[in-house]
Design a protein around this ligand. Structure first.
Ligand code: BGC
Length: 370
């Protein structure tokens, strides 16, 4: 009996020791096989986020810190799993672009509980106090630039205006729309444009600033959910529903490049559309080719190299025990999140060479007809 007890307690000591060793090797980053910075991106299915992955990899080439990038493939459940995986690898900083701003709260709360610093990347995580920092482009400026471009290209009055927006689960979709509305609304109110595809926007056309609820109503009608297929179907449905007065020379607010190309294809194939101006954003390669070919009018170039540098710079300050530099803050519904914001550049046929090729963002050989 005594012997058995002794053996049992030896086993217990050994098990405890092994558990302590395991905890150490997956513990705080910077040493051993742990990961210092975990990066979670929304999906590999959109070129925008593959761009971010590539730019992160390029920036991390000669970093002293270890990082790991995981994709959530459009699923908040997978996103949570990714965050848990990274927590178990001992990360100190989490850089995360949420699939769904509200749903990501529980994932970052889990990280926060472990003492991890959370940086929201490009998209804000909403209605939680578990976000420490936000690195982003000026998303309101993106929308304002899209709206201004349509105004600059439009001539005469009563120009049919087709509105499309991003996913309502993405806080950016509201910021883009807010920016676009700020420039377009006065021109809708004064009769330059007439709205072709949203009775909710039409009902609000005299209101300069919309509440989130009002924007939600419009988005409910014109969302693409960031999905090019959904955008295509919506554009087809819209064109089938309108009369001749909503065709001819028209303007289209398309929220990003992926949706812009598919919406443009639908409008281009309608014989009653004589010309269209269509916006975009992201400077995706396929859209740069569309711009060169005159099939997409513009894109808003968001230099992902800067965003990546800002996010990694912030992460490194935190790892080094310093306070990262910020330039302002965003209200996420629960707290004011300290933010670092980057400017954006409008690109069309006029400046595509200068902004994207001469700046070495892309190589000329990636395009034809430059
Ligand atoms: C990003 C855009 C992107 C869109 C769809 C937004 O949050 O800011 O760059 O096109 O999501 O993924």
């Amino acid at each position: 009996m005594r012997k058995r007890l002794k053996r049992l307690s030896l086993l217990l000591v050994f098990t405890l020791f092994a558990a302590m060793l395991a905890a150490c090797s997956s513990g705080a980053g910077g040493s051993g096989s742990g990961v210092d910075v975990g990066i979670v991106l929304p999906t590999k299915d959109e070129p925008r986020w593959v761009q971010d992955e590539e730019r992160f990899k390029a920036a991390l080439d000669d970093s002293d810190y270890t990082t790991e990038i995981l994709f959530s493939q459009g699923s908040s459940a997978k996103e949570k799993e990714n965050v848990e995986t990274l927590i178990s690898k001992g990360i100190d900083v989490l850089i995360i672009c949420p699939q769904d701003g509200d749903a990501a709260a529980s994932a970052v709360e889990a990280a926060k509980k472990e003492g991890i610093t959370v940086i929201a990347y490009d998209r804000l995580i909403t209605n939680t106090d578990a976000v420490d920092y936000y690195v982003t482009f000026d998303s309101v400026a993106v929308g304002a630039a899209q709206g201004q471009y349509l105004i600059d290209q439009a001539s005469g009055t009563d120009v049919p205006l087709y509105l499309y927006a991003g996913a309502a689960t993405d806080n950016n979709a509201f910021l883009f729309f807010e920016g676009a509305w700020s420039t377009l609304q006065p021109k809708i109110a004064d009769g330059t444009f007439k709205i072709a595809n949203s009775s909710e926007a039409e009902a609000l056309k005299d209101k300069a600033e919309l509440t989130r609820d009002e924007m939600s109503k419009i988005l409910g009608q014109v969302t693409t959910n960031w999905d090019p297929n959904e955008a295509k179907n919506k554009a087809q449905t819209n064109l089938t529903a309108v009369g001749a007065d909503m065709k001819g020379d028209i303007s289209i607010l398309a929220p990003n490049d992926g949706t812009s190309r598919s919406i443009a294809d639908v409008f281009a194939s309608d014989g009653d559309i004589s010309s269209y101006t269509v916006t975009g954003q992201d400077a995706e390669k396929a859209s740069i080719q569309y711009v060169i070919d005159g099939k997409q009018s513009m894109t808003v170039f968001k230099d992902v190299r800067t965003l990546v540098t800002d996010a990694m710079g912030m992460a490194i300050s935190i790892l080094d025990g310093d306070t990262p530099e910020t330039t302002g803050s965003y209200d996420n519904g629960a707290v004011e999140v300290k933010a670092k914001q980057t400017n954006v550049i409008v690109v069309d046929q006029e400046n595509v060479q200068k902004e994207l090729i001469d700046s070495e963002y892309y190589e000329a050989s990636e395009f034809t007809g430059l």
